[in-house]
Design a protein around this ligand. Structure first.
Ligand code: ZN
Length: 271
């Protein structure tokens, strides 16, 4: 049997609260990991020594005090002093988004903001251990725009913007006619409902014409959906289905992304 992943959860600095750290520790145990918790107010050197002594695979730091910018990099440095730079450090707690680039440049592998679901952290650690850290989507494949009529919408895109109409086709699964206009390495996708049952018809009735979704190009749509599902991300489609140009597509629920609907899109190999 495979050895369980060992994680050291530590709270550097002077925080007096460890509820968040304890919740993470429990969530990781629920995912089958062995978790060692150092307790409050540990120095970076103590944390690095504990990591080596306990022979952990990952160090997870939590900070609420605002001192993460000095303390997290100090833990990374202290691990280097112990010849343990191969132990990845991840961090979480109350950390403003502005500080994340600095921390990740300072050697912290990944920062989870306070909104991150605990399942996502567990899945990330498992991927890290399997050396299959997830690649970010490649690019914005297209921006989907709901319109009453492609013909009425086209003059703006074709004449005002001067974009070239690439193709128009019907996508039966979504009951829409779609028109693609290329812009750089991305596209606009105009979506016109072909029946009252079309999700795009329902969208226009509820919110009017306008931006409907942002599509991200990926090359592993099925496994990515499976991972998202495991992490508790709200999905509209759990399985890929057939989109325009014989691509495979699936939508995430807008509540997964603060009201924005994202589509994952894997182009047809022959395209
Ligand atoms: Zn689309």
């Amino acid at each position: 049997m495979k050895q369980p992943i060992r994680v050291l959860i530590a709270k550097p600095g002077l925080d007096g609260h460890d509820r968040g750290a304890l919740i993470i520790a429990q969530a990781l145990r629920d995912h089958g990991m062995e978790v060692i918790y150092t307790g409050l107010r540990q120095s970076p050197v103590q944390i690095a020594r504990a990591a080596v002594q306990e022979d952990v695979d990952v160090v997870g730091l939590s900070s609420l005090s605002g001192a993460h910018k000095s303390l997290f990099p100090k833990v990374v440095e202290a691990l280097a002093v112990e010849n343990a730079s191969d132990i990845p450090v991840i961090g979480g707690g109350v950390i403003p988004a502005e500080d994340i680039p600095f921390l990740e440049e300072s050697g912290v592998q990944k920062i989870f903001t306070s909104g991150s679901p605990t399942d996502a952290i567990a899945v990330y650690i498992k991927q890290l251990m399997n050396h299959e850290a997830r690649e970010a989507p490649k690019k914005v494949s297209h921006i989907g725009i709901a319109v009453e009529s492609i013909e009425s919408a086209l003059p703006f895109y074709q004449n005002t913007l001067g974009l070239q109409l690439e193709s128009v086709e019907e996508v039966e699964s979504e009951q829409v006619r779609v028109a693609f206009l290329r812009i750089g390495e991305s596209r606009f996708e105009l979506l016109e409902p072909t029946s009252d049952e079309s999700p795009v018809r329902k969208f226009i009735t509820k919110r009017g014409e306008g931006i409907h979704h942002i599509a991200l190009e990926v090359d592993d749509i099925a496994s990515r959906l499976k991972q998202y599902e495991e992490e508790g991300v709200s999905l509209i489609h759990n399985e890929p289905k057939k989109g325009a140009h014989d691509s495979q597509v699936a939508f995430l629920h807008p509540k997964a992304a603060g009201g924005v609907m994202f589509e994952l899109c894997q182009p047809n190999q022959e395209d």
